[in-house]
Write a protein that binds this ligand. Sequence first.
Ligand SMILES: NC(=O)c1ccc[n+]([C@@H]2O[C@H](COP(=O)([O-])OP(=O)(O)OC[C@H]3O[C@@H](n4cnc5c(N)ncnc54)[C@H](O)[C@@H]3O)[C@@H](O)[C@H]2O)c1
Ligand SMILES: [Zn+2]
Ligand SMILES: [Zn+2]
Length: 384
Amino acid sequence: MLAMEYRGPKRIRATQKPMPEILHPEDAIVRVTRSCICGSDLHLYNGNVPDTRVGQTFGHEFTGVVEEIGSEVTKLKVGDNILVPFNIACGKCIFCKQGLFGNCHEGSPQATAAGGFFGYSHITGGYDGGQAEYVRVPYANVSPTVIPPGMDIEDAVLLTDVVPTGYQAAEMGGIQTGDTVVVFGAGPVGIMAARCAWLFGAGRVIIIDKEDYRLEFARNYSKCEAYNFQEIGDPVVFIKKQTDWIGADVCIDAVGAEAAGNALQTITGRKTLLQAGSATAVHWAINSVRKGGVVSIVGVYGPTDNLVPIGNVLNKGITIRANQTAVKRHLPRLIEHVQNGVLNPKGLITHRLALEDVADGYRMFSAKLDNCIKTVLIPSTAGM
Ligand SMILES: NC(=O)c1ccc[n+]([C@@H]2O[C@H](COP(=O)([O-])OP(=O)(O)OC[C@H]3O[C@@H](n4cnc5c(N)ncnc54)[C@H](O)[C@@H]3O)[C@@H](O)[C@H]2O)c1
Ligand SMILES: [Zn+2]
Ligand SMILES: [Zn+2]
């Protein structure tokens, strides 16, 4: 089958790989109909995630048709058209039982912190992902969800990560009616977080990035204010000025470890790897939130970042909330929001490419070329 394959930092290709097989009675084999490229894939693509192995197939956002099921799969049948949340969750451990599907204790048993994800490094289980014609889906009774009749497949594929992550970013912010919410990062996740902030009652939503085309997109799509951090001076001072010198009520970090905007962070976090990435966005979020405010982090970081102003967290009484999204927990509500037109996920998609052009897709998304927001890959075997 055709699949995306990692060959080393910034080197990927579409290549022939063996068909996946059922390895456990709860597995399903799925023929992929759509898969996306995500900002989380860029951490792998750039070589920033430990134990990313040559030969790995990425892709944790995908839809597909069930081709084969193991003997213990009862919730799916062959031919079902499904969306597959990015978390690999067992459904039975103490964390899954609390709805913490992003923190399952079984999906990535060799790691104490990270849960299991499709198409990521071996610290998250080493499962091959969905940027392929076929994929093995473990714990098929737990997270995979039949796409409701009538739902557009492009809306469905964004329910596997971007929509729930934007939604959970806003939810973790504990937004109160009238709050000022600042979102750092106008990628697909930040744009969705800004849009979802209104659903929780925000009174003002501001998004910060450096890509003008993304800021323009966010203004229209998320109906928010949008500013380029390269044009506003110190972003922390700018946000203070915007809020009578009090600070924002809630700051959301939708950037993660590849943040730009601070030379020291970039040198220590991205060039010399003295810390696990550039913590610029979380730094700005902590310093621009008001005393007693909430910082919600969905941007992905490695385990240790030195340049995080933890003393300011203490002295300002800030609450920090962060997590990998528990996709399954949000699906019932978010499916309803899509069906009622409250959310329009497919509006984020700017590019549709054949799976064989996956390398071009990564290059374009990574370099922010051609006004790219979100790219969907379509295998020739998709059949739809
Ligand atoms: N927690 C989760 O479950 C989860 C799920 C999906 C994605 N993520 C993470 O969310 C983050 C965003 O994902 P995405 O797909 O939108 O990625 P993306 O790479 O498309 O977007 C990131 C944006 O941040 C901007 N940026 C860089 N430095 C900045 C700074 N200092 N301040 C403000 N903006 C800055 C970039 O220009 C870019 O537009 C990534 O770290 C990704 O790994 C987390
Ligand atoms: Zn993703
Ligand atoms: Zn579990």
